[in-house]
Design a protein around this ligand. Structure first.
Ligand code: KG4
Ligand code: ZN
Length: 337
């Protein structure tokens, strides 16, 4: 079964063709990062226009590269939320038009869940798939979500952020340190040369049993520290590196500790990880170190952590397999599958 998948929820236009839920036949990602960088963040209207002008040439390129004819496609899958409304509309109109023109059934997919379902893409095939029930952790620019997912794909949101998502905090602190948008990866690159013990930054006090996250207080503490360091003439390359390392350690420790709590409560058969921040080396290492002796840990290749259409196809396949009723309404704050 071949699924053509479409992703346009934020600042990446992406299309993929996935066979039988695990074999990636073709995958293209057109990133708008350079365009939004000059504005210091994603400008929704600019994002929509970029998706509009990029998406059709991207399909032509994908079909050419793979040698696949559109008539060979069995399903079309599209991100229906969460995301930027205008950006979602472009991808959904495109997918609906193709679906009508070529009489191919359409499936609407949740972008956040799809981030961790990217782990079903694996050349070995279904025998290497994660077992259910599974515990999913998605750490991205807009979400920090822990979800428990059972064998029928029924999912329960166990923990999320009250304010800023982890990726958002990375980007805001990166900007304070002097990097353009999105600065998360750049911050983590200089953090390697810093000492994470130099600055003791605060952790949100949400209660030991809480699975909620909050990163806005941390961001404010970093802002205060940067101002102090600048005022006292101590703002230099080394303090920037030490601050990056201290911040990164704080966020990673918080995420890993909360996830451990969720793990202990659910005892899942596997752990599936995903989202842009999952490209972070410290986070990857700490999660593997903490959990690999206890559970089967699935960690995507770095290239499949940030937004992409391959993950949309992977979740769509599981939804078809588990006979999940199709929903197509666009929802910018979608929470259901
Ligand atoms: O999943 P994603 O592409 O977009 C959303 O769905 O939100 O995640 C993008 C986020 C950005 O905040 C970016 O700074 C962050 O992922 N990111 C990283 C790293 N690579 C990307 N954060 C920390 N360390 C990294 N290496
Ligand atoms: Zn995403």
């Amino acid at each position: 079964m071949k699924i053509l998948s479409v992703e346009s929820s934020c600042d990446e236009t992406s299309l993929a063709i996935l066979e039988d839920g695990y074999k990636l036949l073709g995958h293209l990602v057109a990133s708008q990062v350079e365009i939004h960088n000059q504005y210091g963040g994603v400008v929704p209207e600019v994002a929509s226009r970029q998706h509009f002008s990029t998406i059709l040439p991207l399909l032509e390129e994908l079909l050419k590269q793979t040698g696949i004819d559109i008539d060979q496609i069995d399903y079309i899958a599209v991100t229906r939320g969460p995301g930027l409304m205008g950006a979602l509309i472009i991808g959904n109109m495109f997918a609906r038009t193709l679906s009508e023109l070529y009489t191919i059934p359409l499936i609407g997919v949740n972008h956040v869940l799809a981030h961790s379902f990217v782990n079903f893409i694996n050349p070995t095939g279904p025998e290497a798939w994660p077992d259910f029930p599974t515990l999913s952790l998605v750490v991205s620019g807009a979400h920090t979500d822990i979800q428990f997912i059972d064998q029928n794909l029924k999912h329960e949101l166990m923990g999320a952020t009250r304010d800023d998502a982890a990726g958002e905090a990375f980007d805001k602190v990166a900007r304070l340190i002097g990097f353009g948008y999105p600065g998360g990866a750049k911050l983590s690159r200089i953090a390697v040369e810093g000492d994470s013990q130099v600055y003791q930054l605060p952790k949100a006090r949400l209660g030991r049993d809480s699975l909620e996250f909050s990163f806005s207080g941390l961001k404010t503490a970093v802002l205060r520290l940067v101002t102090e360091l600048k005022d006292s003439g101590q703002w230099n390359d080394q303090t920037r590196k030490d601050l990056a390392a201290s911040f990164e350690k704080n966020v990673v420790d918080t995420i890993v500790d909360k996830f451990e709590l969720a793990y202990e409560r659910t005892d899942p058969a596997s752990i599936i990880l995903g989202g842009g921040v999952m490209a972070n080396t410290r986070l990857r290492e700490q999660l593997v170190k903490r959990f690999s002796d206890h559970a089967k840990v699935f960690l995507p290749d770095r290239s499949l952590c940030t937004d992409n259409a391959a993950m949309i196809g992977a979740l769509a396949y599981q939804m078809i397999k588990h006979k999940i009723p199709v929903k197509l309404e666009i929802d910018s704050s979608l929470e259901e599958i």
